[in-house]
Design a binder for this molecule. Structure first.
Ligand code: PMP
Length: 292
């Protein structure tokens, strides 16, 4: 069927799937969302994604309108309806619409959307050649302002950072916090390899707890790496043997240049290749568990 849209659980033709101009997600970014992907048609780590959605909602004082069990069923139903080789699944829950005004109590009913469409992972050359990243001047939101741990509909901070990186010809931005420490990419988490250590900034730096990040930290030992969550300076990144990005649609992606400085040998390295293999094994085991 291709693209499937569910609005409050009901299938709607994509062209007819519209929200009110009074919706707070539209007016203020007053919403939360998740992006999930399938492997062989099985949604990957769906429970972890729905937990994070619930956590994002809690962080902005919203309650999900239906249970996680109901959302899990909706994901399965939408994926079955779409009948795609591999699907990209976006779940959005907005606080709803009401009289215009910032006060959240003006919102009437939350609106929940699910969009399922073909997955478009990066091209194979990104994995064989690696990508270039850039450190923009834009800094990450302070976690006491708008906590990056909440995946909300307000992505302007990431949009501005990515726009700056793209202007410099880079594929992704690596965003620093107010102190100049590495937080994450605009839609990815960042890892550095130094010897047998796999470093990534701790969650309390103020970043999104990527689901892929969590998987990579778990499987690092299978790739012969010691995972360590430590504050990461830009210089550490520049001096690393290898740098990688992780996200749902990218899995583990090698970085070969940061702002025109080559990383290590300037090509995807052995730690990346081992992590990629360990990740594929993890996915296979994940799916075997679901279908057993
Ligand atoms: N950080 C940000 C800001 C993101 O938007 C994403 C994408 N969801 C990630 C990290 C990576 O998270 P995940 O591995 O769950 O896709």
């Amino acid at each position: 069927m291709g693209v499937v849209v569910l609005m409050n659980g009901k299938p709607v033709a994509p062209a007819a799937a519209t929200v009110s101009v009074f919706d707070r997600g539209f007016l203020y970014g007053d919403s939360v969302y998740e992006v999930i992907r399938t492997y062989d048609g099985v949604p990957f780590e769906v429970h972890a994604h729905l937990e994070r959605l619930d956590g994002s909602a809690t962080r902005i004082g919203m309650r999900l309108p239906v249970s996680q069990a109901a959302l899990t069923e909706e994901v399965a139903a939408a994926v079955a309806l779409a009948d795609l080789p591999e699907a990209y699944i976006r779940i959005v829950v907005t606080r709803g619409s009401g009289e215009i005004g910032l006060d959240p109590s003006l919102a009437v009913d939350p609106v929940r959307l699910m969009i399922v469409k073909p997955l478009t992972p990066p091209g194979s050359e990104a994995y064989t050649d690696g990508v270039r990243i850039s450190v923009p001047a834009v800094r990450r939101n302070h976690k006491l302002a708008l906590d990056p741990a909440a995946k909300t509909g307000n992505y302007l901070n990431s949009i501005l950072a990515l726009a700056e990186a793209r202007r410099r010809g880079a594929y992704e931005a690596v965003i620093l916090d107010h102190r100049g420490l590495v937080t994450e990419g605009s839609t990815s988490n960042v890892f550095a390899v130094l010897g047998d250590r796999l470093l990534t900034p701790p969650l309390d730096t103020g970043l999104l707890a990527g689901i892929t990040r969590g998987v990579v930290l778990k499987i690092a030992p299978q790739a012969g790496l010691r995972p360590l969550e430590v504050p990461l300076a830009v210089d550490t990144l520049l001096g690393a043997d290898e740098v990688m990005l992780t996200s749902t649609s990218r899995e583990v992606l090698p970085v070969v240049e940061v702002d025109d400085e080559p990383i290590g040998a300037g090509t995807p390295g052995p730690a990346y290749r081992r992590l990629r293999a360990a990740f594929a094994e993890y996915v296979a085991a994940h799916n075997a568990d679901r279908t057993r």
